[in-house]
Design a protein around this ligand. Structure first.
Ligand code: FSX
Ligand code: SF4
Ligand code: F3S
Length: 378
């Protein structure tokens, strides 16, 4: 599709959405941003960044900004299952709220166990009525793995002692779009680690509808809010890899855009935490960085308004957005070395490219290891 055609299609979608009334009757998101010291200029800069993230031309920036302003038209139901709540914390727990977190805060969150005031019967009632009232219209976001233990007795929620899996199934049935937020909901997560005593499963196990996976333990606020914006803009499923991760966010490996990549290519590795190499920002591969096997955008987008990310802070990536990272990527501070990690098997091309690149990586590491051994004074 030509860009001009796409632009017109997205504009008409936003026009139609604008005509519907806001679910939240308090202030519009622009006023909330202003009150929090976000100028129009900052907001448009942020929208420009999101536009680039979606691989759209800069001329689409005003559309992305409009989509952000229309987040109050969208009912969202957010369920918690077995997890640490880090995904919600990633968005909400910040002393200097980011534009992403302010927007998320403003979305019409009809149900979110961590932030809502209601509890017990009232909370259960709110969930049931939101599902009924917005049937077919709401976005469902689920955080956490879902125990499907032999007696389904490992996770109960609310005053009725309902199984988590029942909550998830009921909410999925009426949802317009479903997002698995975090690695737990996408792939099972740490509670699914061997021997997986609660038989924790990903959300996709409990519904036949398409589930968009937004993994990361936790995912960045950009990837969470980006998915909501993408849905408002397009109203369709984004292009996904074979693990149902949106390619706009998970299409590249951490290693591809890592600031230490030059060190990797030059064979300059940290050999031990705290050594000279660590002080000089050398590559963390030999102390366990799994960036070459991990598909996510942390090295480009970072966390907390682009402040930092694991590798910048001095620890290797542990592969937290990959399926089974908890069992297969460890030990976290040792290289995978000759163990083969089956990363994406997206489409045939991505698969071949991925495997080819990993092979080159292994060869490059071997060559670098030989060079560094030669360089070492005896
Ligand atoms: Fe925690 Fe979310 Fe990890 Fe899981 O994030 S940060 S355990 S992905 O479900 O709360
Ligand atoms: Fe960066 Fe890790 Fe790749 Fe080294 S191995 S360049 S630290 S992603
Ligand atoms: Fe996770 Fe690696 Fe990013 S550990 S947060 S995918 S750098």
């Amino acid at each position: 599709m030509e860009y001009s055609e796409l632009y017109d299609r997205l504009s008409s979608r936003l026009d139609a959405l604008e005509k519907t009334s806001a679910i939240r009757e308090d202030k519009p998101v622009v006023s909330v941003l202003e009150e929090n010291g976000v100028s129009r200029r900052d907001f448009m800069k942020w929208a420009g960044g999101m536009t680039a993230l979606f691989a759209l031309p800069a001329t689409f920036t005003p559309l992305v900004a409009r989509a952000a302003e229309l987040t109050d038209r969208l009912p969202v139901i957010w369920l918690h299952m077995a997890e640490c709540t880090g995904c919600s914390e990633s968005l909400l727990r910040t002393d200097a709220p980011t534009i992403d977190s302010l927007i998320f805060d403003h979305i019409s969150l009809e149900y979110h166990e961590t932030v809502m005031a209601a509890a017990g019967w009232q909370a259960e009632h709110n969930l049931e009525s939101a599902i009924k009232k917005y049937n077919g219209k709401y976005i469902l976001m689920v955080e956490g793995g879902i125990p499907a233990g032999s007696k389904d007795f490992y996770l109960t929620v609310g005053p009725m002692g309902k199984k988590g899996s029942e909550h998830a199934k009921e909410a999925a049935a009426g949802a317009a779009a479903i997002f698995a937020i975090g690695t737990c909901s996408s792939f099972g997560g740490v509670q699914a680690a061997h021997p997986n005593p609660t038989n924790a499963k990903p959300l996709s196990h409990f519904t036949s509808k398409p589930v968009i996976n937004v993994p990361g333990c936790p995912p960045s606020e950009k990837n969470i809010v980006g998915n909501v914006l993408h849905y408002i803009l397009f109203g369709t499923l984004p292009a996904l890899d074979s693990y149902n991760r949106p390619k706009w966010a998970y299409g590249l490996r951490i290693h591809d855009l890592c600031e230490r990549r030059g060190r990797f290519d030059a064979g300059e590795f940290v050999e031990k935490f705290g050594d000279e190499g660590a002080k000089n920002g050398y590559c963390l591969y030999k102390v366990g960085c799994k960036g070459p096997y991990t598909f996510n955008n942390c090295s480009r987008e970072r966390f907390n308004q682009h402040t930092s990310w694991p590798v910048q802070a001095g620890h290797g990536c542990i592969g937290c957005s990959e399926p089974d990272f908890w069992d297969k990527m460890g030990p976290f501070e040792e290289p995978l070395a000759d163990k083969l990690y089956h990363s994406i098997s997206a489409d045939a091309t991505a698969d071949k490219a991925g495997i080819a690149i990993l092979t080159v990586t292994a060869a490059a590491i071997a060559a670098h290891a030989a060079i560094s051994a030669l360089k070492k004074p005896e």
